[in-house]
Design a protein. Structure first.
Length: 569
């Protein structure tokens, strides 16, 4: 079996690591030069990596030693620098001197950028078809910004989770596992975090982190900068405060305020968005949680609800789509669809997806999107697919054929898809079973607290895969989310590329993973002709808005239950 090619950034850093370790081959060196010539956006990160490899050699030496047995840091650093320089000097300077062709590439890119500026599309612009390809992936998204730097790692052992961990003192979103000693991080948003081993800690964004397990202390270096710490059951929100937080094996959270005041908020259980399409015909579609508007394409038609009054029929045309509000952020990691420790996409569908014609010599590419947000490699995707999987990372690998695909970018792992074959094996449905004209409840989840990525159909788990506990999602960005299509911008038009065929109803988007029992309960509600919340959504929303937030002041301590986030007396 051919191993999948790592994501571009990871491939460059792997080659840089081989270069700095003195084991890079001539062919690999040529590949590295080509990638940096073709993708100049990664040059700065490459150079930072090389120089940090040299500058952090002393730190790396100490963290790979057992505490108390490490040689003097200055001796390690001196030797490491000399070795790194010896192994890297020739190739580093050859890359600095990439000839005029590199400059020409940069100027051409700049010229194209100036000639074709990309601006936010007018909401009234028409949707058009793009027949240049039968499937589409945008790989040009800028990686997330750095969220933190390391400032303490002496006599400690730690690692970044994932297949492509990088040795660096500057971190994009990711998860750190500390196995001995203490490790400190300075977040760019103004928080100083110190982790005591053993600990598992996720760096989500510049003003937010996640403590999966272990103990940390936090202090705000900027009194005006808020910082949110997520645990299995609560969010600790503060500004200008110093505190300690622990998460034990039972997933209970213990908070101790050392100075100032913190707010402790039980984690919400509502979806972030819920679209029932039950609005009257003279009213626009909105979601029931945030009341954000929807732009409906002219071939997205109101029909009788699969549950409730309304649903939407899509007819496989480019403008059969629902463009979801203005929840796109400014960059990766921002916006209403930016999630980290979990996600659920839930929908009720009647699929009329056309099964591929296996008699053809070349199998057709055919995607029917249920939900998609196309932020380059950081996309969120739930769709019916049939293609040859060329260039797409499947985890786990499955045979070619029609499937239900759930794609996410996971920190340290890159983008991958859980492709559930529609083959009738091992409890999975066939294409015919999902195209029987009846509503089917489809749920896709990822749970960073357990590492499980899963697909449920009609209340039952049909396929799953487990990643390392603590592996986080990286998502969000400037593009709009879409129900029933993939919408991208091309020059001055919005392009509909992969329209759905059939009816979609009761779509919900959560920033956490529904468990199997809740999924089964939602399906029972659907069978009874009710929404997922048994008609109690307004009551649940009111209860959550009223909140049960607790404020703790200097010297106060409190433990919070794992499931509910409520105080334990």
């Amino acid at each position: 079996m051919i191993e999948p090619v790592p994501p571009l950034r990871a491939q460059i850093l792997e080659l840089a690591d081989a270069q700095c370790s003195g084991i890079i081959t001539e062919a690999e060196m040529e590949t590295l030069e080509r990638l940096l010539t073709e993708h100049p956006q990664y040059r700065k990160e490459y150079l930072n990596y090389v120089f940090l490899h040299i500058g952090l050699a002393g730190t790396a030496g100490t963290r790979l030693q057992s505490p108390g047995s490490a040689p003097p840091p200055e001796a390690v650093e001196t030797e490491a620098k000399q070795q790194a320089v010896r192994s890297a000097d020739k190739s580093v300077f050859s890359l600095f001197l990439v000839p005029a062709i590199c400059l020409a590439v940069c100027l051409c890119a700049l010229g194209l950028f100036l000639y074709f500026p990309v601006e936010r599309q007018d909401a009234t612009a028409p949707l058009v078809a793009d027949n240049s390809s039968q499937y589409y992936f945008d790989e040009n998204t800028t990686p997330p910004e750095e969220v933190a730097t390391i400032h303490e790692a002496m006599q400690s052992t730690w690692e970044l989770l994932g297949k492509y961990p990088a040795l660096t003192d500057r971190f994009q979103p990711g998860t750190v596992k500390v196995t001995s000693g203490n490790v400190g991080f300075a977040f760019s948003g103004g928080a100083d975090i110190s982790l005591a081993s053993p600990a598992l800690f996720g760096m989500e964004r510049k003003n937010q982190g996640t403590l999966f397990s272990g103990t940390l202390s936090a202090r705000m270096s900027d009194p005006q900068a808020p910082f949110t710490l997520e645990t299995p059951s609560v969010e600790v929100i503060d500004m200008g405060t110093e505190y300690e937080v622990s998460v034990n094996e039972a997933a209970e959270t213990f908070v101790h305020v050392l100075d100032g005041q913190v707010e402790v908020k039980p984690r919400g259980r509502l979806p972030r968005f819920f679209w029932t399409f039950d609005q009257p015909e003279d009213k626009p579609f909105t979601d029931l949680i945030a009341a954000s508007p929807i732009r409906a394409g002219k071939n997205a038609k109101r029909v009788q609800g699969l549950v409730g009054k309304g649903a939407v029929r899509f007819n496989n045309r480019p403008d059969a789509s629902l463009l979801l509000g203005n929840g796109g952020g400014k960059e990766v990691g921002t916006g209403d669809y930016s999630v980290s420790t979990g996600i659920t996409v839930e929908a009720l569908v009647v699929s009329e997806w056309q099964a591929p014609d296996v008699s053809q010599k070349k199998r057709p590419f055919d995607y029917d999107e249920i939900f998609r947000k196309e932020d380059g490699s950081y996309r969120i995707l739930l769709s019916f697919q049939d293609d040859d999987k060329a260039g797409i990372t499947q985890i786990p690998t499955v045979e070619q054929g029609p499937c239900l695909s759930f794609g996410l970018f996971l920190s340290g792992m890159g983008y991958s898809e859980l492709d559930m074959p529609m083959d009738g094996k091992e409890g999975r449905p066939t294409v015919e079973e999902l195209r029987d004209g009846k509503p089917h409840h489809i749920v896709a989840t990822y749970n960073g607290w357990t590492g499980v990525k899963a697909i449920y159909i009609d209340g039952k788990l049909r396929m799953s895969h487990r990643f390392p506990v603590g592996t986080m999602i990286i998502s969000g960005g400037s593009t709009p989310a879409v129900i029933g299509n993939l919408i991208t911008e091309r020059f001055d038009s919005l392009v509909g590329r992969e329209p759905f065929t059939g009816v979609i109803d009761e779509v919900a988007f959560y920033d956490y993973a529904l468990d199997a029992a809740i999924v089964a309960a939602h399906y029972e509600c659907v069978k009874a002709g009710k929404d997922y919340f048994d008609g109690q959504l307004k009551k649940i929303v009111l209860q959550e808005k009223q909140g049960g937030n607790i404020f703790l002041n200097k010297g106060e301590k409190m433990k919070f239950a794992a499931e509910t986030g409520q105080p334990m007396l």
